[in-house]
Design a protein around this ligand. Structure first.
Ligand code: ADP
Ligand code: MG
Length: 320
């Protein structure tokens, strides 16, 4: 069997069986690993890789944006668990003929992101690759053990919310793939994710927030992960999905499906969370978009359009 048949999830499942985390440590399965520092505090550790040809095309991406994004996508995983980002490590595999200016700009983009989120880069590794660029960042953050939020703790009846627009980055990718003009604002969303660890920490400070994760692979795929981890299901009212007016207009003009982009486009880097129904009060309404609720249909998402069941044929992004 090849990895394309086994799938990313199949391999991760295998690793999870092979490498059980020690007591009091949370390992494979959530946005970050969680390691106790003391009775009160925990380290949060996450790693993400950007690969030329898979995540970016060198001729389409500026090295400054790429450097920025390599930090931002990891900040998103720390925010997803309610933490504050602290320390980063950079591993690079690059071809011999890569331009020095390209690398200096990459480092400038990383520095900009590190300053924005108060992250210190403390080390890494640099090696030669045959052809493509591989850029991996490991990020360490921390929070109080009381406050960590997980993806496996959603409860039936919870209100399901997202913290930002869906499909802006996916729209940007469409503009890049189809090589059409006037997509600056979407391309910006694609190259410059804007995770919000302050919001993550504020949400995590509330007991009534039951489960939380970030959306990196599209709502459809990431919500499925949350539901499988929590052994429950969800109803999503598609007319409540936060899709920007601009995206709706562009989709109309270009004949793109806004729902497909919002559900499968990926790289939104906002938060997906569930909140106890009776606690979904004004303070949450002001900051979040409620899009549905949690059900007992394990692993299943039921999409509705104005209350009527909607059959969607969605094609999630898959690495294999
Ligand atoms: P995210 O999109 O939040 O970064 P992923 O979907 O990449 O998370 O990974 C899901 C979980 O699987 C995480 O807990 C991650 O640490 C773990 N994981 C992914 N790839 C590997 C691997 N090669 N070895 C061990 N654990 C892995
Ligand atoms: Mg994540």
């Amino acid at each position: 069997m090849q990895i394309r048949d086994w799938s990313e999830e199949g391999f991760i499942e295998h690793m999870l069986e092979q490498f059980k985390a020690p007591k009091d440590v949370v390992g494979i399965g959530d946005d970050c690993a969680v390691i106790p520092i003391s009775d009160k505090d925990v380290w949060l550790i996450t790693t993400d890789i950007l690969v030329e040809g898979t995540h970016f095309l060198k001729e389409q991406s500026s090295p400054v944006d790429l450097g920025y994004k390599s930090i931002a996508v990891n900040v998103s995983d720390i925010a997803a668990m309610g933490g504050v980002p602290n320390y980063a490590f950079l591993t690079l595999a690059i071809p011999k003929d890569l331009d020095r200016i390209w690398l200096e700009q990459l480092s400038a983009g990383m520095k900009e992101a590190c300053q924005k989120w108060n992250v210190n880069l403390l080390g890494g590794d640099t090696v030669c690759s045959k052809k493509d660029i591989f850029l991996s960042v490991t990020l360490v953050g921390r929070t109080s053990s009381q406050q960590v939020k997980y993806r496996n703790t959603a409860q039936v009846g919870d209100i399901l919310c997202v913290s930002g627009y869906l499909g802006q980055s996916g729209g940007g990718l469409k503009f890049l793939q189809e090589n059409v003009s006037n997509g600056e604002r979407f391309i910006e969303a694609h190259f410059r994710p804007d995770p919000d660890p302050k919001l993550g920490a504020w949400l995590a400070s509330h007991e009534e927030v039951h489960a939380m994760m970030d959306i990196s692979d599209g709502l459809n795929r990431d919500l499925t992960r949350l539901l499988e981890a929590s052994k429950c299901g969800a109803v999503v009212e598609t007319t409540h999905l936060p899709i920007s007016k601009e995206l709706m207009q562009v989709c109309e003009l270009r004949g793109w499906d806004p729902l497909e982009i919002a559900l499968t486009g990926g790289e939104d880097y906002c938060l997906l969370l569930t909140i106890a129904e009776e606690s979904f009060t004004q303070k949450f309404r002001e900051t979040l978009y409620p899009i549905g609720y949690i059900t007992d249909r394990e692993g299943k998402i039921d999409y509705l359009k104005k209350g009527t069941p909607l059959q969607l044929k969605l094609k999630d992004f898959k690495h294999f």
